[in-house]
Write a protein that binds this ligand. Structure first.
Ligand code: MTE
Length: 322
C-alpha cells in the first residue's frame, strides 16, 4: 500500500489555488506585464477589511520576501493581537485601539547619525517605493500567522540618516500616551515599549518598516501608522506605532528583557531548539487552523528564513544569545 507522508509545510488541498482562479489571475497579470514573476505572484493575497485607505505595494522580489503559505484571514490578523498599550487580552487591541490617532504623526530619527531629523508620516510614506511582502510572524507564545505587509526595507531610512561609525545598534520606541492608550495605566511593562537590533540586523533586506497590510494602511491594533516587522524573530521584536528610532553605541535594553531577563533575551530569534523557560518552542499553532484535529506545525529555525539571515549569527552560541 502506498502511504503519502505529507511534508511539514505541504499545502492542504484547500490551500491550493483553484485552477480557474489561477488562470484568470495569470491572464490579468499577463496584461500588466507581470507574468514573468509568476512564482512570486501566485501566493493569494487575502483582501483587507475594506474600511481603511488603500495602500498597495509591488510584490517584492527580495529573497524570502514572499512565502507561499496561505495568508491568515484579515479578520483573524486584526482581532487576535498583542499590543499591551491597549490591554493584555488578545481581543483588547481591536476593541480599544480606536482611541489611537495615527495622524498627524512624526518619527524622530536621532543619536549617532549625520542626518538626524523628524519625519512626518507623509514624508516617510514617500521615502521609498512600497512593496508587498508576505511574511510568517511567530509569537513567542506559540502561535503564528502569515501576513501580507506593505512597506519598504528599514535599510532605506537608515541610509538617509547616515549613521556614524559609533552606531552599533538601533533602538526603537513606541508611542506612550495615556490619553490614547488605556493600557499604560497598568504596570505590566515599563513604558514606553522599547526594542532594539544590531545594525547589521536592522540593515538586513528582510527588516521591514511597515505602513500597511492586506493592501490597506495598518489598522490601529496592528501598530498604525508605522511599525517594524522582522520575520525571523519572535513577534515582540516588531515594535508598533513607532515614534523614535535612535542609533546608539550600547546594546539597548528592550522592554521585555527589562521585565523578565531570564525569559527574553536581546536577540529573540525564532529557535525551536531553545525553549522558553516555561514552555517549548518546538511547534506552533497557525491561527485559523485551530479546529479540534488541527495539527501543530513544527517551528522552523529563524522562522524559515535561515537561508537569508543565518549568516548574521554565524559563530554565535544561540543558547547563550537567545
Ligand atoms: N509593540 C508594542 N508597542 N506593544 C506591544 O505590546 N507586542 C509585540 C509586537 N509589537 C507589542 C508590540 C508582540 S508580543 C507581538 S506577537 C506582535 O507585536 C504582534 O503583532 P500583531 O498584533 O500585529 O500580530
Amino acid at each position: 500500500m502506498l502511504i503519502r507522508i505529507p511534508t511539514p509545510h505541504a499545502p492542504r488541498p484547500s490551500e491550493i489555488t483553484p485552477r480557474t482562479t489561477y488562470l484568470t489571475r495569470r491572464a490579468a497579470l499577463a496584461g500588466l506585464g507581470l507574468a514573468a514573476a509568476a512564482p512570486q505572484v501566485l501566493a493569494q493575497t487575502t483582501p483587507g477589511g475594506g474600511r481603511l485607505a488603500r495602500l498597495p505595494g509591488q510584490r517584492s522580489t527580495a529573497a524570502g520576501a514572499v512565502v507561499l503559505d496561505k495568508p491568515t484571514a484579515y479578520a483573524d490578523a486584526t482581532s487576535y493581537n498583542n499590543f499591551y498599550e491597549f490591554g493584555t487580552d488578545k481581543s483588547d487591541p481591536a476593541e480599544r485601539a480606536h482611541t489611537l490617532k495615527p495622524r498627524p504623526w512624526t518619527v524622530a530619527v536621532e543619536g549617532e547619525c549625520a542626518r538626524p531629523g523628524r519625519y512626518d508620516l507623509d514624508t516617510l510614506l514617500r521615502l521609498a517605493p512600497m512593496e508587498e511582502r508576505v511574511y510568517r510572524l511567530r509569537c513567542v507564545e506559540g502561535w503564528s500567522m502569515v501576513i501580507p505587509w506593505v512597506g519598504y526595507p528599514l535599510a532605506e531610512l537608515i541610509r538617509k540618516a547616515e549613521p556614524t561609525g559609533k552606531a552599533r545598534f538601533v533602538e526603537f520606541t513606541s508611542l506612550a500616551d495615556r490619553a490614547q492608550m488605556p493600557g499604560l495605566r497598568s504596570g505590566v511593562l515599563d513604558w514606553p515599549y522599547v526594542e532594539g537590533l544590531r545594525m547589521d540586523e536592522a540593515r538586513h533586506p528582510l527588516a521591514l518598516l511597515a505602513f500597511g497590510m492586506y493592501g490597506e494602511v495598518l489598522p490601529n491594533q496592528n501598530g498604525a501608522p508605522v511599525r517594524i516587522v522582522l520575520p525571523w524573530k519572535y513577534g515582540f521584536k516588531s515594535a508598533k506605532s513607532l515614534v523614535r528610532i535612535r542609533f546608539v553605541e550600547k546594546q539597548p535594553r528592550s522592554s521585555w528583557e527589562q521585565s523578565a531577563p531570564q525569559e527574553y533575551g536581546f536577540y529573540s530569534n525564532v529557535n525551536p531548539h531553545v525553549a522558553h523557560p516555561r514552555w517549548s518552542q518546538a511547534t506552533e499553532r497557525r491561527i485559523g487552523e485551530d479546529g479540534l484535529f488541527a495539527r501543530k506545525r513544527p517551528t522552523l529555525m529563524f522562522n524559515g528564513y535561515e537561508a537569508q539571515v543565518g549568516q548574521l549569527y554565524a559563530g554565535m552560541d544561540l543558547k547563550k544569545h537567545f
